[in-house]
Write a protein that binds this ligand. Structure first.
Ligand SMILES: C[S@@+](CC[C@H](N)C(=O)[O-])C[C@H]1O[C@@H](n2cnc3c(N)ncnc32)[C@H](O)[C@@H]1O
Length: 141
C-alpha cells in the first residue's frame, strides 16, 4: 500500500467506527418516513443513484428488519415509476409498513425455496437488483 492509500484507508476506518460504534446516534436512530432504517444515509443516497440509473424491475432485499429500507426502495421505485421490492427476513415483525410495491417474504434468503418463490413471481426479462447484508443461513441483526 502507498502512503496515500494507507491514509485514505485510515479515514474510511475512522468513519466506519464513528458511524457503527455509536448506533444510538447513527444507524439505530435513522428513519425513512418514520420507519426505522438501519442504514447509513450515504448508502441510501447511492441506492437512489443506482435505482435512477438502472430502473430495475425487481429489487430483492435480504434482511428486512423493521422495513425502513424496503419502504425507502419502494419510494424510489415510485419516483422512477418502476420496480417491485421483495424483502426477505427470517424474523417475522408485526409492524412493517405496507406499500403496494413491497412483498415481504418470511424465510432465509439463502434457502433455495425462498429463491424459487421470488423467481416464480418474476419474469425472465425482469432486470433485478440485489440489496444484501452479509448473510449466512443463521446470521442475526
Ligand atoms: C441489519 S438488519 C436489516 C436492516 C434493514 N435492511 C434496514 O436497512 O432497515 C438484518 C436483518 O437480516 C435478517 N437476517 C439474518 N439472516 C438472514 C437470512 N439468512 N435471510 C434473511 N434475513 C436474514 C435479520 O433477521 C435482520 O432483521
Amino acid at each position: 500500500m502507498t502512503t496515500q492509500s494507507t491514509e485514505r484507508q485510515a479515514v474510511v476506518d475512522a468513519f466506519h467506527h464513528l458511524y457503527y460504534d455509536q448506533p444510538e446516534n447513527t444507524w439505530d436512530n435513522t428513519y425513512w418516513l418514520g420507519v426505522p432504517t438501519l442504514k447509513c444515509p450515504l448508502d441510501l443516497w447511492v441506492y437512489q443513484e443506482i435505482i435512477f440509473e438502472l430502473r430495475p424491475d425487481v429489487i430483492v432485499e435480504c434482511g428486512t428488519c423493521k422495513g425502513g429500507s424496503a419502504l425507502f426502495l419502494a419510494s424510489m421505485c415510485d419516483m422512477v415509476r418502476n420496480g417491485r421490492v421483495f424483502s426477505i427476513d427470517i424474523e417475522p415483525q408485526r409492524s412493517r409498513p405496507n406499500h403496494k410495491r413491497v412483498r415481504y417474504i418470511l424465510g432465509s434468503s439463502t434457502d433455495p425455496d425462498v429463491a424459487g418463490l421470488v423467481r416464480q413471481q418474476t419474469r425472465p426479462k425482469d432486470r433485478a437488483l440485489l440489496s444484501s447484508i452479509r448473510i449466512t443461513p443463521k446470521s442475526t441483526c
